[in-house]
Structure formats: C-alpha cells, structure tokens
Design a protein around this ligand. Structure first.
Ligand SMILES: [Zn+2]
Length: 368
C-alpha cells in the first residue's frame, strides 16, 4: 500500500500547483487513472480530475428526525442561493472536489447538489447509507443487512430517488463504544454494498473502540480496509487508535480542521506523518451548512479556512508542499475512487488482489 502512492503525482504538474493557494488546479496524473472513476453528482470523472478536495463537508442538514424530514421543509431555491457563494468562494481558492457527507433522512438532496455542482463547476460527490439513532427510519430496524445493502447498491448503480443521480460513496454512523445490534447490521450492510459496487465506506465514528469493532466486522465480511474511512478520528484522543487504523490499511480522517485548535491539528497531522502514514490521512472541516428550519439556514461556516489559512500554517510548521498536495489532492481521490467494472479486471480489489467476495450480493432484492 505504502509504495503504491509513490509516483502518483507527476512532478511536472506538481510544479503548477506549488502554490495551492489561488493556483489553477489542474489535477494530477494518477497511476492507473483509467482503471478507476469517481462518481460525482454530474457523472463520472477520472480520479486525476478531482483536484484539491474537501472530503467531508455539508451543504445542508436537517436534524428534525427521520419521521419528519421531507423536501417541503425548505425552499430549495433559497438553499441554492444561500449556499452557492460558499462553493464559489472555495472554487476561487482552487478547490474542485467536495464530498457532501449529509446522509439521507438528514437533508440529503441530490438534485440540489447537482444544481450547485453545475453552477459552481465543482465535483460534488454525494452518498448513500444511514446515520444513527434518532435519525434512523423504522425500516432500519426491520430490514436485514442484505435488504439495506440492496437499497444502497441501487442508489450507487441506478440513482437516488428516481433522479438518475448516483451516490459516489457510502456514509454511515455508529454509536461510540461497543456497537449496538442495529449499528452492527448497518456496518455489515455497508460492507456488502462496498463489495458489490466498489464504493468507499465513510463512517461517522469518532471513537477508537468503535472503529476497531467496525474494522473487525468489515474484515469478517471480506472488505479490504482501504475502503474504510474512520470519520471524526480526531475526536478520539488516544492517537494509538489512529495509528492502528492506518496500520490496518484504513483511512484516518481529521475533519474538524478549524481556526480554534489549529495548532493541535498540525501536531496531530505531524504525528501521523512521523509514523509514515501520509498515504492514509484525510483532512476536512465538517463545515457549512444550511440548517433547515432556521432563517436562511442560520449561522453557516465557510468552507475556506483549510485552504486559505490552514495550508499556509502547515507549510510554516515545516510540512512539505508535496505532502500537503498528497493530503488534499491525491489522498481524497484515492479514497473515493471506484474500480471501473467495465474494465477487464473485474473482480479485482483496488489493491490488485483478486477477491472472491466481489459480487457476493446474489439477488438480495428477493429479500429474506
Ligand atoms: Zn459531518
């Protein structure tokens, strides 16, 4: 895994993006770029086209609860108008990739994201999956893991709610500590969805014990851990869990980068780099969002801090530009890329190992 990332960035293109700030972001040449794609809300792109990316942000969130959430609760034109300038602001800073991590039942709106992606000319990636209590619909408790996976596979392969807009990754959430049964089932469903589609699983975790249990379940299901992102890893204060996660081959996401606590974030990043895990680290801000129910979305946090101030801070702290490029350009693309099944190498994991479990979803639509 580690030597795989070496040579992903062509030195020629690196020169162009030497100043990440304000530089025209032309993406990077990635090894095996034609074997993978990234599913954005406007269609597929090659991983090398993604460019500088904020992998965990939110355009809109509605915390009303799974039984009450619906599209009549907000004026979509107003949300569009309010949020577009925030996306344009980061586009000006050369950000071209945006992972929208709002799951269904909490305000995910694929059409809104597609409209914004078009207007801001940005690669927005949305997700499928389920959050946790109290944001779970009743069926989350009733359906089997295979039945849940069937729903999510359809959102990745056919599209979301009849729009034809496809989810590009799986987003779930787990409770802290040992996983409760419904969350264990959701983790299994996510593993099966990933195995069937090649989509990556980002799990709101924030707790070391929970992350370890998740990875145990994923391994039991036969999923390579390179398809797993430990979301909110920075909330786990014991860094040994971060190192263990990276050691097992999964992604460690520090997604609470902000002005308050920036120095601590730099130290956290440096501790991962010193251990040699620069190929396993993702950065983002968990910022935004139009909060449904509040006037004009309430108090919205800009997405610009990471690029405008935190990247310069990382540089001043001695982190090399090549490493920064890896963290904000190469790693997000590698984390989100999906093996192109139309390619001859079907049934091969992103690591090149043949996996017998690929396609294990034998017509789960029949249900059990
Ligand atoms: Zn989030």
């Amino acid at each position: 895994m580690k030597n795989m990332a070496a040579g992903l960035i062509s030195t020629g293109l690196l020169a162009e993006s030497t100043s990440v700030l304000g530089a025209e972001n032309k993406g990077v040449i990635m090894k095996d770029d034609d074997l993978y794609y990234i599913q954005t809300v406007r269609g597929r792109i090659r991983p090398g086209q993604l460019g500088m990316t904020l992998i965990h942000e939110h355009v809109m969130v509605d915390f009303i609860g799974a039984d009450k959430v619906n599209k009549d609760r907000y004026d979509v034109d107003e949300v569009f108008e309010v949020m577009l300038p925030y996306l344009k602001e980061i586009k000006e800073l050369a950000v071209t990739g945006f992972g929208d991590c709002t799951p269904m039942y909490i305000g995910r709106d694929a059409q809104l994201l597609a409209r914004l992606a078009e207007a801001a000319d940005m690669h927005i990636i949305t997700n499928t999956g389920l959050y946790k209590e109290p944001y779970l619909p009743q069926y989350a408790f009733e359906k089997s893991a295979d039945e849940l996976a069937r729903i999510w596979i359809d959102e990745i392969e056919k599209g979301i709610e009849g729009t034809g807009i496809r989810a590009g990754f799986i987003k779930i959430a787990v409770n802290p500590g040992e996983l409760i049964p419904v969350q264990q089932k959701i983790v299994r469903a996510a593993a099966r969805t990933s195995l069937a589609t090649g989509a990556t699983l980002a799990s709101h975790t924030g707790h070391g014990i929970a992350a370890m249990e998740e990875m145990d379940i994923l391994e039991e299901e036969g999923l390579p851990l390179s398809k797993f992102i430990f979301v909110h890893a920075g909330s786990e204060k014991d860094r040994e869990y971060h190192f263990k996660t990276a050691e097992r081959g999964a992604w460690v996401e520090y997604d609470h980068i902000k002005k308050d606590g920036a120095e601590e974030s730099v130290q956290l990043i440096k501790s991962m780099l010193e251990k040699g895990y620069e190929d396993k680290l993702l950065l983002s801000q968990d910022a935004g969002w139009y909060n449904v129910g509040q006037p004009r979305g309430g108090n919205i946090k800009s997405f610009a801090y990471l690029v405008r101030e935190f990247i310069p801070l990382m540089k001043r702290s001695g982190i090399h530009q090549d490493t920064i490029n890896k963290l904000v350009i190469t790693n997000p693309a590698r984390a989100l890329r999906i093996r192109d099944k139309s390619n001859k190498s079907e049934g091969v994991s992103p690591e090149g190992k043949a996996i017998s479990t690929f396609g294990r979803m034998r017509s789960p639509a029949k249900g059990k």
